[in-house]
Design a protein around this ligand. Structure first.
Ligand code: DP6
Length: 328
């Protein structure tokens, strides 16, 4: 019997950058995000004697398969620790159908690995909590721990290096606050250094320790409060501060990672002018690429979308809050 799960990317408001343990993807600090409603990925799995991973839209390279192999091994170890020793006896047939264009700054790995984790929990018929499923998702991609949840997700960290010391949780569901993400993609070039490699070098930035302290001391809580109180001004201040802080860390690590382009800075500049002159509730945030995410409220959506569509030679996507990983 096969199982199919649909998932979507989430976009971080407090960014996850750097691990305490790279192998287990134990995050160095907590993070928060909004789960999008689109574009989505469908992952179908079935028991198999040996691992097979196929994707309709992407050629699976050896290192992609190796990442799934590793994730499954870690997942088996985690399931054993929960008392599900032989739940995944052999391996899996994994088939991926993605509606997410690759390398445009929408984390397809967060959608794929959250869908895989949720599908495994269904296939083995284990009585796992969403938080436990989020740990399995994190073993494949750190940010995937947040896409298990609809609405606004987060990762909290605990002391030590236990496999469940970074756990996803839900701040509020998708009906709480109907924010939009208007996505401006200035370039569709494949990025040279991906997040996994970047996380592993984050500690080499002299700014890293201060960044973690600021998140722990106030940023994470301010962001959670802003979401719960639907306080857009507060969300804007903390999300933009944290985004630029992560990029400072990236740019000062060794080797330096410059993900933002001239186009990114031009767009940010224009967004600041626009919101000042028209008093629009809109904020910008960027992940590991030049793509600009413009989060806004219902009242600002039309104006922000018009601004985005007026950008020459950029691809535009529009999304809103989504329901998280679910069976289809
Ligand atoms: C900048 O979850 O993509 O988007 O665990 O190696 O897959 P891996 O990393 P990933 O890192 C996300 C980095 C980020 C910020 C964020 O989403 O929090």
């Amino acid at each position: 019997m096969s199982v199919t799960v649909r998932s979507t990317p989430n976009i971080a408001l407090i960014k996850y950058w750097g691990n305490k343990n790279n192998e287990l993807r134990l995050c160095a600090a907590g993070s928060t995000s909004m789960t999008l409603n689109t574009p989505s990925v469908d992952v179908t799995i079935d028991h198999a004697e040996t691992l097979a991973v196929t994707s309709r839209n992407k050629e699976m390279k050896e290192r992609d398969i190796a990442r799934f192999e590793k994730t499954l091994q870690l997942t088996k170890n985690y399931l054993s620790s929960l008392g599900y020793d032989d739940a995944l006896p052999a391996s899996l047939n994994i088939s991926i159908e993605s509606g997410i264009p690759p390398s445009i700054g929408l984390a397809s790995s967060s959608a794929v690995f959250s869908a895989l984790a949720k599908a495994i929990s269904e296939l083995i018929d284990a009585d796992l909590t969403d938080e436990q499923i989020s740990v399995m998702a994190r073993l494949g991609s750190g940010s995937a721990a947040r896409s298990i949840f609809g609405g606004f997700g987060a990762i909290r960290t605990a002391d030590g290096e236990g496999i469940d010391s970074s756990v996803g949780w839900q701040i509020a569901d998708e009906h709480h606050w109907p924010l939009h993400d208007i996505i401006i993609v200035p370039s569709t070039d494949e990025k040279k250094i991906g997040s996994t490699e970047g996380h592993a070098k984050a500690q080499s930035s002299p700014h890293f320790a201060d960044r973690i302290k600021a998140i722990e001391k106030y940023r994470l809580q301010d962001c959670i409060d802003a979401i719960l109180q639907k306080d857009f001004e507060k969300l804007q201040a903390v999300a933009e501060e944290d985004c630029m802080d992560m990029h400072e860390c990236m740019q000062t690590q060794n080797p330096a990672l410059h993900y933002l382009s001239e186009e990114t800075f031009r767009i940010i500049g224009e967004v600041k002018e626009l919101r000042e002159s028209e008093h629009l509730p809109v904020l910008y945030t960027m992940d590991a690429g030049p793509t600009v995410h413009l989060f806004c409220t219902n009242e600002a959506r039309e104006r922000v979308a018009a601004f985005a569509h007026a950008q020459a030679s950029c691809t535009i996507f529009e999304a809103t809050v989504g329901p998280g990983s679910h069976i289809v």
